[in-house]
Write a protein that binds this ligand. Structure first.
Ligand code: ZN
Length: 157
């Protein structure tokens, strides 16, 4: 049962994040084949609402970790940040990237150094947008359907 103040219509099962091996990534198609060097992929929902599926290409996490100077937790830290980045795409509901912060790409040496120090984060605007998106009615929910068909609401969602 939901308590007052909790985000509406967002359940823990709404996001699936799959961490793929190189072999599994290759089955995904061009992105998994290394057309670019992205560490993962997310499928934002666009006008349908928030997306729910993201992938992490673990072999690229490992490759990037090997390029960074030795650090005891490099692979884990990069993996954690890549997970946050891909979930960020889902919660921001966009495939776009930012000029700075965890949604900036590609991650270079300074970004990775900041990640290892815990300083690679979402911008305040991104955090606010994710919170707003989580408060919005989910696609298919009763509230969303009512909003879509109510001519008085003025909503175009
Ligand atoms: Zn991205």
């Amino acid at each position: 049962m939901k308590r007052l103040g909790e985000p509406k219509h967002f359940e823990s099962s709404d996001i699936t994040l799959r961490i793929l091996s190189r072999r599994m990534a290759l089955r995904l198609g061009p992105d998994g084949h290394g057309v670019n060097s992205s560490l993962g992929m997310a499928l934002p929902g666009g006008e349908q609402g928030l997306g729910s599926l993201a992938y992490i290409y673990f072999h690229r996490i490992q490759k990037l970790a090997r390029l960074v100077e030795r650090h005891t937790r490099t692979e884990e830290v990069i993996l954690g940040h890549a997970v946050a980045h891909e979930i960020g795409h889902l919660l921001l509901n966009t495939p776009m990237h930012s000029a700075a912060g965890i949604m900036h790409v590609p991650w270079e040496g300074t970004d990775l150094a900041r990640a290892l120090e815990g300083g690679l984060v979402f911008t305040p605007a991104e955090a606010a947008q994710m919170q707003a998106n989580l408060r919005a009615p989910a696609r298919g929910s009763e509230e969303a359907r009512v909003t879509r068909v109510n001519p008085l609401s003025g909503a175009s969602q």
